[in-house]
Design a protein around this ligand. Structure first.
Ligand code: FES
Length: 188
């Protein structure tokens, strides 16, 4: 069946309307995509510190100490070792910063005990001398096993989780704990 010229003229507005609709949809889609790119970039920038915080540290929370098992005398005096880690604040990463210190002592061929140097009383740095730990701030004292020797500190020294890796590396889960409480409550 053939269409007359008047039939064709009659369908033109419909075809034009459809082309216009498709053009609008395409324009909206392209515009949306183009607008999405800076939005996604902005979102990544905004979330970046949060993402980095999650990636920060050593992944599993352990940090490798700058001392090996062999370097520690069996049942000898504890060694004071600085903890060096990357510090991350809201927008910046500061590489290799000292964030604290620990006392490390080898108590068996393959066992190492680690205490956070921070005093559980009010957070001063404890010293080690003549088989005991003592705090210069308010005279807290602890024995070699970290148990408190007077009533000034609320608990013993804070022992940290240790992992011996590759037979000789000493890795520690470095944490601070709330001062003044009898319980060991992690902070930060
Ligand atoms: S902070 Fe150590 S005794 Fe007070």
């Amino acid at each position: 069946m053939s269409h007359s010229q008047s039939d064709l003229n009659h369908t033109e507005p419909y075809a034009e309307g459809r082309r216009g609709f498709i053009t609008h949809v395409l324009a909206a889609a392209i515009g949306g995509f183009v607008g999405l790119v800076p939005f996604a970039s902005g979102l990544c920038f905004f979330l970046d510190p949060l993402i980095r915080k999650r990636k920060g540290g050593s992944g599993d929370g352990f940090v490798k100490l700058q001392i090996t098992v062999e370097a520690l005398e069996l049942n000898g005096d504890p060694q004071l070792v600085k903890i060096i880690m990357d510090k991350v604040d809201a927008w910046n990463t500061y590489r290799n910063q000292p964030v604290g210190a620990v006392f490390v002592r080898r108590v068996a061929a393959d066992k190492v005990v680690v205490f956070n140097q921070r005093c559980p009383h009010l957070g001063c740095a404890v010293d080690y001398k003549e088989k005991k730990y003592s705090c210069p701030c308010h005279t807290s004292e602890f024995d070699l096993a970290g148990a408190r020797q007077n009533k000034i500190p609320p608990r013993g020294l804070d022992e940290l989780e240790v992992s011996i890796r590759n037979n000789t590396e000493v890795w520690v889960k470095f944490q601070h704990f709330r001062a003044t409480t009898p319980e060991k409550i992690p902070v930060g």
